[in-house]
Design a binder for this molecule. Structure first.
Ligand code: SF4
Length: 662
């Protein structure tokens, strides 16, 4: 089979780790036409090849590494790529996105996608140098952190430009929220796909590519990309994002009561200035860093020069980490936070889930739920950053009772522990809730429960109503939806906002550009611009309308994949703290998240059944997914979905009212 499209490398690799066999195939045109790339192709492969009976940490699960048509192109922020697999944390659909340099390099070597299957008996890594593709022993780098492992591989191959995707000790030790670290120090953190690599004894992928990519209309693409670069640089948000990256959000979220503190008990952190983006830049900045072809350079390198954590050097200190290992555990020590960030990247941990596990443990300690013998002498008082740092280490190596228990994530730990601990595990579908409080931004609460990978802000990424962005709201949807659409506390039109964001986000994640760049936050690239870029890059007959349908198809198939595992509307819930306890602070004071208003509207807009929240036959037919609908229905009818659900492993979010501690 030959591949007829420009803009893609045109080939994928299938690597059987059990046998060591590597096959090279042309990229099927059906994948490209119907699913575009990235997480679109990822869900297609997962649906076809990874059954609901597959253990996420067993040989039947697959790890899919996928780029898209704009990855490696002249378009701004075009260095993003996806890892897809069944998540060991949630037991359902999982994906994680990363920027940096790895995705473009993979395409330059001649491959759009790699599918890893089976399990190796000894540690290995995949080495790709254009047409040379080999599995090599990773015995010498197994056990190393991601920084040292990358340096070692570059030395072994005498190639400082070698790009890697690696796991650290957390992935090797099957920590269920282990991430994958890619060159240059970016994380594909969520969903525990690093543990999938660990279970396959796959330390990583090292790639060098020099082939370049052939675009359909290179001159058109170049001038269009140039215009997009200019638009992004002129955007009102450009200076702030360039200067602080996402760390600038700390000072923005604090006054609106959307900066989760003390395991989401509070929406603001009194000492937020100690860990704000402004303080971070002033005290610790070394230099700005950019992913491939990004005009923003929102990433930063930081160092600690003196004190207890002197010598620490770290990057990608995001808003999420400043919250999860800062305010969420009441830690105001910025240098300790930088150390924790460095450890998460080197050990290969998702800093959101790691922080959530620690804040869960700290709240249980305050409530006297732990037994003394379980704590191994650790002081779990709020704000104790020494304990937090120790726990990052213990979780990564599964050391001690607490380290081993928390390495499975707060939601699974709660199920194992009992003792009413599930009340304090802040998650949706097993995925830890990021630093986006649905009480202070209604659309974000809805986005957490409708996200296909469990609690998540980046699937729908509703930024228009975060702090109010009326000009973009008008451009995208028209004036008739104002002012409610941009009011974070209003519920009206939020179903529309979330549905549109999910579909568009599926396209961005499948194309290979960045949500923090020009697509969502600065919103220069929307459906039409994305379609124009793909039409210039590839030979696809594509327009904005067709792109919308692909986005919807991807999102619906992800929902159906989760349905095979027993997920229904009954799982579209937030923990009680978001729906039963009014927000204590900021503009959101007195507000709870009103899912009961937004969810029925969302199901209706999606064309999903109002009772079980699953796509109807009519919706699936419209998207060309009738056979997939039949498979889902059959699995439900024969009880396979109920059986699969029993293996998800997490305690359902607690939704009844509990007296709050003050
Ligand atoms: S905006 Fe930031 S995360 Fe996105 S591509 Fe640019 S540097 Fe990377």
């Amino acid at each position: 089979m030959t591949f007829d499209y420009d803009g893609y490398a045109g080939a994928y690799l299938r690597v059987d780790l059990s046998t060591g066999q590597i096959q090279k195939h042309s990229l099927p045109s059906e994948w490209v036409e119907n699913y575009l790339g990235g997480n679109g192709i990822g869900i297609k492969i997962l649906w076809d090849e990874v059954p609901e009976t597959a253990n996420p940490l067993g040989p039947d699960n697959k790890l899919i590494v996928a780029t898209g048509p704009l990855c490696g192109s002249p378009m701004p922020n075009s260095g993003r790529m996806e890892f897809i697999g069944k998540s060991p944390l949630t037991g359902i659909y999982g994906d994680a996105n990363a920027g940096g340099q790895f995705g473009p390099e993979l395409k330059f070597s001649g491959y759009d996608v790699i599918i890893f299957e089976g399990q190796a008996s000894e540690p290995v890594y995949l080495y790709i140098n254009n047409d040379q593709v080999e599995l090599r022993s990773a015995r010498d780098i197994w056990g190393l952190g991601t920084y040292a492992a990358e340096t070692r591989l570059q030395t072994i191959h005498c190639d400082p430009a070698l790009k890697t995707a690696l796991i650290g000790p957390a992935g090797e030790n099957l920590v269920r929220f282990a991430g994958i670290q890619v060159t240059y120090r970016r994380s594909a953190a969520r969903c525990g796909l690093g543990a999938v690599m660990g279970s396959k004894k796959l330390k990583g992928v090292a790639v060098r590519g020099t082939k370049g990519i052939h675009f359909k209309k290179p001159k058109v693409l170049e001038s269009f990309s140039l215009q997009m670069h200019k638009n992004i640089r002129r955007n009102e948000f450009f200076p702030g994002i360039q200067k602080y990256g996402t760390s600038g959000l700390v000072a923005l979220m604090q006054p609106i009561g959307r900066f989760p503190t003390q395991n989401f008990r509070q929406g603001h952190f009194e000492e937020y200035e100690a860990i704000s983006g402004e303080t971070l830049r002033e005290a610790h900045l070394v230099r700005d860093i950019a992913c491939f072809n990004c005009p923003l350079g929102c990433d930063k390198m930081y160092s600690v020069e003196e004190g207890e954590f002197a010598g620490c050097q770290t990057s990608s200190v995001e808003y999420e980490t400043l919250n999860s290992l800062g305010a969420r555990i009441c830690n105001r020590n910025l240098e300790a936070l930088l150390k924790a960030n460095e450890m998460c990247d080197d050990l290969g941990l998702d800093s959101i889930s790691a922080g959530n596990a620690i804040s869960f443990a700290m709240e249980l300690a305050e409530l006297g739920i732990w037994k003394e013998s379980e704590l191994n002498g650790l002081d779990l008082s709020w704000g104790n950053y020494h304990t937090a740092i120790q726990l990052l280490h213990d979780m990564s190596y599964r050391q001690g009772f607490l380290g081993d228990l928390l390495a499975d994530g707060a939601a699974r730990a709660a199920r194992w522990l009992g003792r009413n601990s599930e009340r304090y595990a802040m998650h949706v579908k097993g995925q830890d809730i990021p630093a986006q409080d649905g009480r202070a931004q209604q659309s974000m609460g809805l986005a957490h429960v409708t996200s296909s990978r469990g609690a998540d802000h980046l699937k729908a990424f509703p930024t228009i109503d975060e702090t109010g962005y009326p000009s973009e709201a008008v451009r995208r949807y028209g004036e008739q939806y104002l002012p409610d659409l941009v009011n974070p506390l209003a519920t009206r039109y939020k179903a529309m906002l979330v549905k549109d964001g999910e579909d568009f986000g599926a396209i961005v994640d499948s194309s290979g550009n960045c949500k923090s760049g020009g697509t969502f936050v600065m919103a220069e690239i929307y459906w039409q611009e994305q379609a124009d870029a793909i039409a210039a890059a590839t030979s696809m007959d594509i327009d904005a309308q067709k792109l919308r349908q692909i986005g919807e198809r991807i999102y619906n198939l992800q929902r159906c994949y989760n349905a095979l595992h027993g997920i229904t509307s009954s799982d579209d819930v937030l923990p009680w703290r978001f729906t039963k306890v009014p927000s204590p602070s900021g503009n959101a004071r007195g507000s709870v998240c009103h899912l009961e208003i937004m969810l029925p509207e969302y199901y209706a807009i999606r064309g999903w059944n109002p009772d079980d929240g699953l796509p109807t036959l009519k919706t699936m037919q419209r998207l060309g997914l009738e056979a997939e609908y039949q498979r889902m229905e059959h699995a439900i009818a024969c009880g396979a979905t109920k059986a699969a659900r029993m293996f998800l492993g997490w305690a359902a979010p607690y939704t009844e009212k509990v007296e709050e501690i003050t």
